[in-house]
Write a protein that binds this ligand. Structure first.
Ligand code: CUA
Length: 187
């Protein structure tokens, strides 16, 4: 049998439980925001400041991502721009050569489906979305080799989609760049 007082107690308990869950939910949201902020500042990960588009259907025909324009380019200010395309199931160029201790801008897009681009040993990890250009700053402290797997499932050949980054010293890169407009280490 329930009485007036039982109802009163039941309501009080319900209100208390509700308040507890509300506090817990807010705490979880706060924790996630805190984690995102920490990772953003501590690991210097950041979303792109602007959106750039590139039509995947005309990528190979005209514009910045035609095959002859892919690879590493030495800019007038001494920085390097790397342009790459991901497609099922490879990166072009397959091997990217860059100088150590130099500001590098990586610009990449996809010719078909969504791919991922991850450079092992760095915080570079981006999606290559058809129609959009990924633009990321990188800097390598020392010469060496890094593997660059596709980290986004893109079809049956996904696990075979790997590229390489070869970091050489500044002088070797300058010599290579003097001989050729766009550099790769594919041959
Ligand atoms: Cu491309 Cu996975």
């Amino acid at each position: 049998m329930t009485t007036e007082t039982d109802h009163g107690i039941g309501e009080a308990v319900a209100a208390r439980v509700e308040r507890r869950w509300a506090v817990l939910s807010i705490a979880i949201v706060g924790l996630l925001v805190g984690m995102a902020t920490f990772i953003g500042i501590h690991r210097a990960t950041m979303p792109q400041g602007r959106v750039e588009t590139a039509d995947p259907k005309t990528l190979h025909v005209s514009g910045e991502f035609v095959e002859s324009n892919l690879g590493s380019a030495l800019e007038a200010d001494g920085s390097v721009t790397v342009r790459a395309v991901g497609q099922q199931y490879s990166f072009t160029p397959q091997c990217i050569v860059v100088p150590a201790d130099t500001p590098i801008t990586l610009r990449a897009t996809s010719a078909d489906v969504v791919h991922g681009l991850l450079i092992e040993g760095t915080n570079i990890n981006t999606m290559l979305v058809p129609g959009y250009v990924a633009d990321l700053p990188i800097r390598f402290k020392a010469p060496g080799e890094h593997v660059m797997p596709c980290q986004e499932f893109c079809g049956i050949g996904h696990q075979g989609m790997w590229g390489r980054i070869k970091v050489v010293d500044k002088d070797s890169f300058a010599k290579l760049a003097a001989a050729k407009r766009r550099l790769t280490c594919v041959d």
